[in-house]
Structure formats: structure tokens, C-alpha cells
Design a protein around this ligand. Structure first.
Ligand SMILES: Cc1cc2nc3c(=O)[nH]c(=O)nc-3n(C[C@H](O)[C@H](O)[C@H](O)COP(=O)(O)OP(=O)(O)OC[C@H]3O[C@@H](n4cnc5c(N)ncnc54)[C@H](O)[C@@H]3O)c2cc1C
Length: 529
């Protein structure tokens, strides 16, 4: 699609992002006219596509939404929003039914029931899979087929949103630019509602499991517009990304450890035994920190699946097997080198139970949003669920509010503040940003390191100027995470401060913030929620 064709489309809503959250929102908005804006081809840039573990839902006879909620609250280290947790876990079984109706083919037992697996910190079997460890790809296949068949959705592939359009506080559109053309001009797209579903922030770190396009653009755009933000300090590091020199790092799913795979170092020592009573099945943050310390102390950590899984590997974990093979490793017979990798952002744009932000006209859902479901630590397999539940709820909220208002907007001229979307000559600045975040705002943090990070990020910001929307948004997102990490002077869930290693009961609450730059911009009007 050409930029002028896109700009000419009359839409009721613009959904930015095509993972589980954005696709669900776009589908549920029908028959309202939606522009689905994606910075990559449909499916390609989404973390959803790579999800291996599965989706959680209390559908077993020995399970209940209440039990699912209880496990979620326990994992969240004391600061999840109990009402949101109850809502999401209650709606989970219905989401599964809807996915089946859309054509999702969940793995079944020989008797025909949906097969349910277990993951760490779930007290019963409640994880649904598609194609073993290909759940995300299976889910995307069903959603993408439905989106392609939906006449109210215009899919705009390879267009990145770079700024929100705003008038007296109300968000009325986005500025976007083609990512597959050099020197592309920015286009202004306007609609009654904008939904940000841009995913996470893993791309801000040198080692991440996320697709490269998940680098905090939605978070930065919303922050610049004055959106309320929450829990930004909480980043989950997956303990067992494959350390095979690839970026993004392929993931060795937690389910491998669930099957009995163990962590050893180059001396053959099973180092998790001394670290936690649950050994390899300890909470993710504890396993990640233990692996990080092994590396710091000069050891080489490996995942050993040879005894527990062995010959069954290709059949039980076909996706991981293929990823390992591509790196020259046969996990049935070889050790897999592993390292912690930035994996999931618990924090994001603060939203209510309907995906509403504090800014009129702006909704957010999926990983870019902070509903309060995950608190300080996400329970495995709850994030696909979050995208389904809150993508749908945002769409229903928009439909209810704007049933008649869509497409009524007089087009207003809008200009980008940036010279271009990307600037390849600034690649060293991106590399530096990632190093700063990994060293100072990664698995372990401290005040000195975070202050150093902020100073260096500010220097990079001054150097980059307005040359690239993509890199400026990355820098803004990185800075916001460092600021939040500096503010929380304790360790909790995914946030570990070496200078404050204990959890402080007085800080058992979510954090909320605004971008200082946006607040300083007197032209913005806020709707403080
Ligand atoms: C390797 C891996 C395995 C995982 N396994 C599981 C699992 O088993 N179970 C589970 O529950 N969770 C899992 N997660 C987490 C889960 O996959 C994500 O949290 C979830 O898929 C996020 O969905 P989303 O729709 O919010 O974002 P994504 O699926 O990441 O989609 C984001 C979309 O936004 C687009 N985008 C980004 N910026 C822009 C922009 N500026 N303009 C236009 N488009 C933009 C991207 O192209 C993409 O289409 C895993 C994550 C990874 C990385």
C-alpha cells in the first residue's frame, strides 16, 4: 500500500500492532472500520508468533478461575490488582471457546479432551498448547485468517507509528511512515479511537527473546502524549535463552525444565540445587539471577535435556529442536548454552479494565499496557491470555462509546517532528543504548548504575536529536524504565536492586508515573485517572 492510499482511508479506529492483542481488538471492533498498522509484515514482527509455552485457562475439572487467580497473585509478588486478576482468569475459559470457534486447534488427549500441561508456579495443569511448543504460531494462524477475511479491517503492513496526534489532550490519530521505503514521508492518520498494541521492550537490551520491532515505541509515544504509566521497573528476564550468538536469542522454553531438564555449568555442577528449594523450577527471576551470577563468576551455564527428554525431544518440543539445530546443537545429545534474556515487560501504559488510558481517544492492550494483572512478576502463559481478554474489552469499550462517531473527523494537517523513521548511520547509538540497558538496568540494578545509565542515555538523546523516530522512541522508553527502577528502592519480582536486596513491605504497591517531558509541556491537557 502506498502512503497516500493509506492516508485516504476513512477509519473509525486505528489499531497499532498485530500480535494477539492488536488482532483481537481489530476483529472485535467489526463492523467498525479499522486501520491495522504494523511495522512489519502481518505476523512477522509479533512476539505472539514465537510463544512456545502456551495459554493459561482454568478449564480442568480440578481447577477454577479462583485458583488461577490465586496462583497469579502469588507470582505477582504482592502488587497485582486483584480485581483485574479475577476478571482475566474468569474470562479465560470463554476466550478459549472463542479461539476454538475461530479455528484454533488446541492439542488434545487420545480421548479428545483438550490436553493441559503444567508450568512453574501453576498449582494445577492449566496450560493449553497448539502443536506442542508452537502455541503462538497456531494462535496467530487462526487470528490472521480471521483478520484477512474481515472486510472492516484494512491491514497496513510495513508502516510504523511514530507519534500520537493530540488536540487539547484528546488523541485523534497517529503519524506513521513506511518502513520499507527510504526517505518515506510521514502520513497523518486520523480516527475516533487509537489502540496501542505494540508489544514489549525486549529490543532495548542486547540479549532478548523479543522480535527487534518490540522496542518500546508504543510506550514512548503514549508517554510523550502525557499518558499515565505504571510498573515500568518490572522487566522479566527469561533464564534460559540459548546463548548461541544470535539476536534475538532463541528461547529454550521453561517447559523443558518442567520435564526435568537441569541446569549445569562447565564443571557439571547443578548450581540451582544450592540456590532454591525448587532448584530449576524456582521462580524465573531467581533462576535468571543465579545464571547471571554464574556468568559473572566466569562459569558457562548450560541446560541439560539429555537424560530427562533425550530422544523424545524432536517430537515433544519441535520448535525448540529446530531452533537449536539451526545453531548446530542437537539437544537430545548436546548441552544447550543458556543466558538470561529480556523477555517480558510487566509495566507499561496504565489502563483500566477496558484498556482505557487516562487520555481520551487512547486505549492500550497486550504487553504495552499495564493492567495490573502481572504485578511485579508475570505468571508463565498469562500474557497471551491478557492480550485476548483486554484486546476484546478495549474493542467493546470503543464500540460502545463511538458507535456513531466513527469517520466523522475533519482531516487536520499534522507534521512529524522527526526527519525519518530510521537512520542506519545511527546503528552504533542503538547498540550503545542496548549495552547501557543490559549493564545498568538488566537482571541486577543499583543506584550508581542507573544514574550512569540516565546520564549516558541523555547524551545519546542529544546526539540523535530528531533524526530518527525509531531511535528517539527507544531512548525515551529506556529512560523511563531507568527512572522507574531508580525510584523503587527495594527488590521485588523482576526488579532486583543490589543496593536494596530485600523486599520492603512499605513499598508493596504499584508504581505510577508520567513522562517528565510531557508534564513540562504546558500545551498538553491531562485527564488524570
Ligand atoms: C520467545 C517468546 C516466547 C513466549 N512464550 C509465551 C508463552 O508461551 N505464553 C505466554 O502467555 N506468553 C509468552 N510470551 C509473551 C507473549 O508472547 C507476549 O507478551 C505477547 O504475545 C504480546 O502480545 P502483543 O499483542 O501485546 O504484542 P506482540 O505480539 O509483540 O505484537 C506487537 C505488534 O506491534 C507491532 N509494532 C510494534 N511497534 C510498532 C510501531 N511503532 N508501529 C506499528 N507496529 C508496531 C509489531 O510489529 C507487532 O505486530 C513469549 C514471548 C516471547 C518473546
Amino acid at each position: 500500500m502506498q502512503p497516500n492510499e493509506l492516508a485516504a482511508i476513512q477509519a473509525d479506529a486505528i489499531v497499532v500492532g498485530g500480535g494477539v492483542a492488536g488482532l483481537t481488538a481489530a476483529l472485535k471492533l467489526a463492523p467498525h472500520r479499522v486501520i491495522l498498522l504494523l511495522n512489519a509484515p502481518l505476523g512477522a514482527g509479533a512476539a505472539t508468533n514465537w510463544a512456545q509455552g502456551g495459554i493459561s485457562a482454568a478449564i480442568a475439572p480440578d481447577d477454577s478461575p479462583r485458583q488461577h487467580a490465586s496462583d497469579t497473585l502469588t507470582a505477582a509478588a504482592g502488587i497485582a490488582d486483584a480485581a483485574i486478576v479475577a476478571l482475566a482468569t474468569r474470562e479465560a475459559p470463554r476466550c478459549i471457546e472463542e479461539l476454538i470457534a475461530l479455528g484454533a486447534r488446541f492439542d488434545r488427549t487420545p480421548g479428545g479432551d483438550i490436553a493441559l500441561g503444567r508450568e512453574a508456579a501453576h498449582s494445577v495443569n492449566r496450560i493449553l498448547h497448539i502443536g506442542g511448543d508452537g502455541t503462538g504460531a497456531g494462535l496467530m494462524h487462526a487470528l490472521i485468517t480471521a483478520v484477512r477475511d474481515c472486510p472492516s479491517i484494512t491491514v497496513a503492513e510495513n508502516f510504523a507509528a511514530e507519534e500520537l496526534l493530540q488536540d487539547q489532550g484528546r488523541v485523534y490519530g497517529v503519524i506513521a511512515r513506511a518502513t520499507d521505503q527510504t526517505d518515506a514521508n510521514a502520513v497523518s492518520l486520523q480516527a475516533a479511537a487509537v489502540v496501542l498494541a505494540t508489544g514489549g521492550i525486549g529490543g532495548l537490551y542486547t540479549v532478548t527473546t523479543n522480535p527487534p520491532g518490540c522496542s518500546g515505541a508504543g510506550l514512548a509515544m503514549a508517554a510523550n502524549a502525557g499518558a499515565k504509566l505504571s510498573d515500568l521497573e518490572f522487566v522479566q528476564f527469561h533464564p534460559t535463552a540459548m546463548d548461541v550468538g544470535r539476536s534475538p536469542a532463541p528461547l529454550a522454553t521453561e517447559a523443558l525444565r518442567g520435564e526435568g531438564a537441569v541446569l549445569v555449568n562447565e564443571l557439571g555442577e547443578r548450581f540451582m540445587l544450592d540456590a532454591h528449594p525448587e532448584a530449576e523450577l524456582a521462580p524465573r527471576d531467581i533462576v535468571a539471577r543465579t545464571i547471571w551470577r554464574q556468568v559473572r563468576d566466569g562459569h558457562k551455564p548450560y541446560l541439560d535435556c539429555r537424560t530427562a527428554i533425550g530422544e523424545k525431544f524432536p517430537e515433544r518440543f519441535p520448535t525448540v529442536f529446530a531452533l537449536a539445530n539451526a545453531a548446530g546443537i542437537n539437544p537430545s545429545t548436546d548441552l544447550i548454552p543458556v543466558a538470561p534474556a529480556a523477555h517480558y515487560h510487566m509495566g507499561g501504559i496504565a489502563t483500566d479494565c477496558n484498556g482505557r488510558t487516562n487520555l481520551p481517544g487512547l486505549w492500550a492492550c497486550g504487553e504495552v499496557a499495564a493492567t495490573g494483572l502481572h504485578g511485579a512478576n508475570r505468571l508463565a502463559s498469562n500474557s497471551l491470555l491478557e492480550g485476548l481478554v483486554f484486546g476484546a474489552r478495549a474493542a467493546l469499550d470503543i464500540s460502545a462509546q463511538y458507535n456513531t462517531a466513527g469517520g466523522q473527523h475533519a482531516a487536520r494537517a499534522a507534521h512529524s517532528q522527526f526527519q525519518s523513521y530510521d537512520a542506519p548511520e545511527l546503528a552504533p547509538a542503538v547498540q550503545r543504548l542496548r549495552e547501557i540497558m543490559s549493564v545498568h538496568a538488566g537482571v541486577m540494578r543499583c543506584e550508581t548504575g542507573l544514574r550512569t545509565a540516565l546520564t549516558e542515555l541523555n547524551e545519546l538523546m542529544a546526539m540523535v536529536g530528531n533524526r530518527s523516530a525509531r531511535i528517539s522512541n527507544m531512548l525515551i522508553a529506556a529512560r523511563l524504565i531507568c527512572e522507574a527502577a531508580l525510584q523503587r528502592r527495594e527488590s521485588r519480582g523482576g526488579h532486583y536492586r543490589e543496593d536494596y536486596p530485600a523486599t520492603d513491605p512499605d513499598q508493596q504497591h504499584r508504581s505510577f508515573s508520567y513522562s517528565a517531558d510531557a508534564v513540562a509541556d504546558k500545551q498538553k491537557t491531562y485527564a488524570y485517572a
